[in-house]
Design a protein around this ligand. Structure first.
Ligand SMILES: Cc1cc2nc3c(=O)[nH]c(=O)nc-3n(C[C@H](O)[C@H](O)[C@H](O)COP(=O)(O)O)c2cc1C
Length: 283
């Protein structure tokens, strides 16, 4: 029996993200085993930036619910990740979870190929921001096989179900999790590697800020089109992942250890400037 894991990054009980996650999971059929995790209920602490987890056989040493969550993703055959848009980005528990990916970046083989869909909900049509593209990074950095993602409008809890098109779409995404051939169709004007529709401009180049895929505007008759030049070693390939998590980060760690005394000298004039304050203890 296939195991489907739904991860919902919203505190709202029966909110839009939860409802769409349930609808997508339901569409995987009656003969799948379903489990859901409310990400906002987990105790996932901030990354301490200690870099102890960099070696491939060392897990993050922070004692919280991260390992529970990673184990559940490891055990799943397919994953649904849903989050509302909060202040133009994905809800904060997603970012805190993503920040802990230093400990999985070069151990992501365990997650490779598991189909995943991402569902973003938002409540203001002109405020979707970068939430869907940033939410999708959860799947990309975990090495999951992101087969589909979409954004769904609904401000009040359950409002997202008022549009029957939303249910139809999310069910299609859910069924896709069970279909090895399913992959969302390419949309014009998005990065062909990570599907983001946000770009940076460098000279006449368009650059995807997430995977660094480059492209340019080209005139075709009366139309101007975005043309991309994807590399086969972008950030989310095995090679790109190895370059960043194994080569680059380890080299920075070695460099830090070699230059520790030097860095401490740079810190020295600021050590005694103790201006930190804390809120009063709560009883
Ligand atoms: C703190 C907060 C910030 C929000 N920021 C945005 C926003 O930037 N853009 C937007 O479109 N909707 C925003 N919303 C609306 C939610 O994205 C929307 O209501 C969503 O459907 C909530 O999903 P949920 O029911 O699963 O929690 C915000 C809601 C809250 C509570």
């Amino acid at each position: 029996m296939k195991r489907i894991l739904g991860i919902v990054a919203s505190q709202r009980v029966l909110g839009n993200s939860e409802l769409l996650t349930k609808a997508a999971m339901e569409a995987t059929g009656a003969d799948t085993q379903k489990e859901m995790i409310r990400l906002t209920d987990l105790n996932i602490k901030s990354c301490k930036a200690c870099y102890r987890c960099l070696p491939p056989d060392v897990p993050c040493h922070i004692n919280d619910d991260l390992q529970f969550l990673l184990d559940k993703i490891r055990a799943a055959d397919a994953v649904v990740i849903a989050a509302p848009c909060y202040f133009l980005g994905p809800q904060g528990s997603i970012r805190v979870f993503q920040d802990r990916f230093l400990s999985v970046g070069n151990k992501a083989e365990e997650f490779r190929g598991k189909p995943c869909i991402c569902i973003m909900t938002y409540g203001a049509t002109d405020m979707k921001g970068y939430a869907e593209a940033a939410l999708n990074l959860t799947a990309r950095f975990l090495n999951l096989n992101l087969i589909d993602s979409d954004s769904f409008f609904g401000a009040s809890p359950a409002e997202v179900l008022e549009d029957p098109g939303n249910l139809e779409r999310v069910r299609q995404m859910g069924r896709g999790l069970m279909d090895p051939g399913y992959r969302r169709t390419f949309k014009a004007n998005e990065c062909p590697v990570c599907w983001s529709d946000l770009f940076r401009y460098e000279g006449k180049d368009i650059v995807c800020p997430f995977c660094n895929t480059r492209g340019e505007f080209k005139a075709e008759g009366q139309e101007v089109k975005m043309v991309f030049y994807p590399r086969d070693n972008h950030r989310f390939t095995e090679e790109g992942r190895y370059e960043h998590f194994d080569v680059y980060l380890n080299s920075k760690k070695r460099e830090f250890l070699a230059k520790k005394d030097h860095y401490q000298k740079l810190q020295e004039p600021y050590r005694s400037l103790d201006w930190w304050i804390k809120p009063p203890e709560k009883d």
